[in-house]
Write a new protein. Structure first.
Length: 468
């Protein structure tokens, strides 16, 4: 076999491959054997028909076609390996010459990973939010905890903001009561915004036994998006009572003896959360600067496939779970289809650039992924997908997605290397130290940042496998 590589552009090549006919022998034998199992010729046992009879009855062309289809992938792979190409996607194959007994010649055009020069990233400097926890934030956290321990007591008065009412609902569209438009005994906190638009105004001021009618656009069900005439009847009113903010509350709601100790713990928790957010912000901004420094050609077909995949995942997974279609989603977002497609393309370009650059860094820095790192990453991915670790792992293995997960972890470690070399300061001008006692912690956070940028398909593949 002879092969030659022609570079069409930085991301696409054409392979020209010539195969002497004697190298097709195995494929020809396999073709005759396959046809033998599929046809019947009077006077011959099934599977025992001579090659010359098959040529006479069914044509040598059918045999050659079968043999060539069998041989092409093997010779294409040999040519790719011989040319040391890093191909992307499937090739476009064109048979240029087929002389029986002499020669098979074909070309294969395919996208390839572009050669990328990793820029000097040691001078990257980014600014992140300062690590500050205000007294107001602490008070808000304690107040939220207090809300969780609120009690309700029935009252004989008109319902007011913050009260918990028990209600019966009936929705009509075009004068007809919807089959799924009736609900009794619903508990609702006035002002929470958890039900229909307009319900707060309708029930406020009603006592038990009171009734009101209002118009609202339905958010789900068989008549989703339509305006409905909704009748609401209040069957009970209860006032929410918050516990006093004192040491007794601290002892009831936590392991602490005093309110001051509880507030101190709330401040520490907020600081920990902000530290994580600060680290994530640093990684995102360092990645943005790295992408600005590197020149990365984008394969057109890869970009088109990535855009299509993102649109498919949005429409058939995310929006489907929310009961929305793309048209409704764009209406809610206040975007035109053109704006959505432009944004999707920009996100896809960023994802491809991120993957290419970080993969090149993985190779340059010779970064490896150990079993512990892969397991930790799998656990996080399972949690975000809503599946158990065992279910997710099984779906990933059966879907052949393990290399994809390994790649995600490796890219996260590559990003961590860049972050470590960058200068990170906060809005107060103080240098931020992102080092962690656990080496894997920083890489884990960076992995999540890299995932967000590349938006790999492991979750979607696992979900599809689980649904099947």
């Amino acid at each position: 076999m002879k092969s030659a590589v022609e570079t069409l552009n930085p991301t696409r090549v054409r392979l020209s491959i010539e195969v002497p006919f004697e190298e097709l022998k195995d494929s020809l034998d396999a073709a005759y054997k396959k046809i033998n199992q599929q046809v019947t010729v009077k006077g011959f046992r099934k599977g025992k028909i001579p090659a010359r009879v098959i040529d006479q009855r069914f044509g040598r062309g059918a045999v050659l076609e079968e043999a060539v289809n069998d041989a092409l992938p093997k010779f294409y792979t040999e040519a790719v390996n011989e040319g040391e190409l890093n191909v992307l996607g499937q090739p476009e194959v064109d048979i240029t010459e087929l002389k029986d007994g002499e020669l098979l010649a074909f070309t294969a055009e395919v996208d390839v990973r572009p050669e990328i020069e990793i820029p000097d990233y040691s001078g990257i400097e980014v600014t992140v939010d300062a690590l500050e926890v205000t007294d107001e934030e602490v008070e808000k956290a304690v107040e939220q905890l207090r809300e969780r321990f609120a009690s309700t007591n029935p009252v004989e008065r008109a319902a007011a903001d913050g009260d918990v009412v028990t209600i019966d609902l009936q929705a009509k569209v075009d004068g007809e009561v919807l089959e799924d438009g009736v609900a009794d005994g619903v508990s609702y906190t006035i002002g929470s915004g958890e039900l229909l638009d307009g319900i707060d105004e309708a029930v406020t001021g009603l006592e038990a036994g009171g009734e009101a009618t209002f118009t609202s656009q339905l958010k789900g069900g068989s008549a989703e998006g339509k305006d409905a005439e909704v009748t609401v009847k209040v069957t009970a009113v209860a006032a929410r009572e918050l516990p006093e903010l004192d040491d007794d509350f601290a002892q009831m709601a936590s392991e602490f003896d005093t309110l001051e100790e509880l507030k101190t713990d709330s401040r520490k928790r907020l600081e920990t959360t902000k530290q994580y957010d600060q680290a994530t912000q640093a990684q995102e901004r360092v990645l943005e600067e790295l992408l600005k420094l590197a020149e990365v050609p984008i394969p057109e077909k890869l970009l088109a496939d990535e855009v299509q995949t993102r649109k498919h995942n949005l429409e058939h997974h995310q929006l489907g779970q929310m009961g929305l279609d793309l048209e409704k989603y764009l209406e809610i977002q206040g975007k035109t289809l053109e704006e959505f497609e432009n944004e999707t393309s920009e996100q896809a370009i960023k994802g491809i650039k991120t993957q290419f650059i970080l993969d090149e860094l993985v190779n340059k820095e010779k970064l490896n992924v150990n079993q512990e790192e892969l397991t930790e990453h799998l656990m996080r991915r399972a949690a975000s997908s809503g599946m158990s670790p065992d279910q997710f792992a099984q779906a990933v293995v059966e879907g052949g997605q393990v290399p994809m997960l390994v790649g995600e972890v490796a890219r996260g470690k590559a990003l961590a290397v860049v972050v470590e070399a960058a200068k990170v300061v906060d809005t107060n001008g103080e240098v931020v130290d992102l080092e962690d006692d656990e080496d894997t912690a920083e890489a884990a956070e960076a992995t999540e940042t890299a995932e967000a940028a590349t938006e790999d398909k492991a979750d979607d593949k696992a979900e599809e496998k689980n649904e099947a």
